[in-house]
Design a protein around this ligand. Structure first.
Ligand SMILES: CC(C)(COP(=O)(O)OP(=O)(O)OC[C@H]1O[C@@H](n2cnc3c(N)ncnc32)[C@H](O)[C@@H]1OP(=O)(O)O)[C@@H](O)C(=O)NCCC(=O)NCCS
Length: 160
């Protein structure tokens, strides 16, 4: 039986004339497709275990892009819903890239009614700066004030 994540939050849905839909309902997320992309095809989450993905979805506001029942994109926001949001795990499947879905996904994230008035949004990207610049993202104003604790081997060093 297909796994699904259930949440009590009110879900938002946006629809486009060409049949694409964005939903924040975590129960609609295709865990297999999302896990396959992130663990195998992304450069930032290689080896992501499926139980970690499921926990990350439970702890985030998730945005899935759908055409009918088929998921074609994903992003999630880690947030306190008051002051701060971290946008991560953004992807659109290769078959439908270049159709404004990435930009629409960002519009929906930034416009989400429960994610307003933040002091700071953050994200990390290797090469999609041009996408996020369209939504007001800039390089860090004061990089000297930020620190990170980054475990590059976190998934490859798991023993199970
Ligand atoms: C990045 C990604 C989500 C964009 O999705 P998409 O639906 O193809 O993007 P859109 O059609 O909405 O267009 C994206 C816009 O950002 C720009 N852009 C800047 N850097 C980009 C990049 N690295 N990849 C794609 N678009 C990029 C494009 O030129 C385009 O702007 P334009 O319309 O002014 O030309 C998609 O290419 C993807 O999933 N890539 C692989 C995973 C990834 O890199 N995710 C981002 C991690 S931070």
């Amino acid at each position: 039986m297909a796994r699904a994540i259930v949440s009590a939050m009110a879900h938002q849905t946006w629809r486009r004339d060409d049949g694409f839909e964005i939903s924040t309902d975590p129960a609609r997320v295709d865990l297999d497709l999302t896990h396959r992309f992130l663990s195998r095809d992304s450069y930032w989450a290689t080896g992501l275990p499926s139980d970690v993905l499921e926990r990350s979805i439970k702890g985030s506001v998730v945005f899935g892009i759908y055409r009918g029942s088929k998921q074609v994109g994903f992003a999630r926001v880690v947030t306190d819903k008051a002051t701060f949001g971290w946008i991560g795990d953004v992807f659109v499947v290769p078959e439908v890239r270049g159709r404004r879905l990435g930009k629409w996904l960002m519009e929906c994230i930034i416009g989400h009614p429960e994610l307003q008035g933040f002091r700071r949004w953050m994200l990390a990207t290797r090469d999609a700066h041009g996408l996020y610049e369209k939504f007001g993202f800039t390089p860090l104003h004061s990089p000297d004030r930020f620190m990170e604790r980054w475990d590059r081997e976190v998934y490859s060093s798991r023993s199970d």
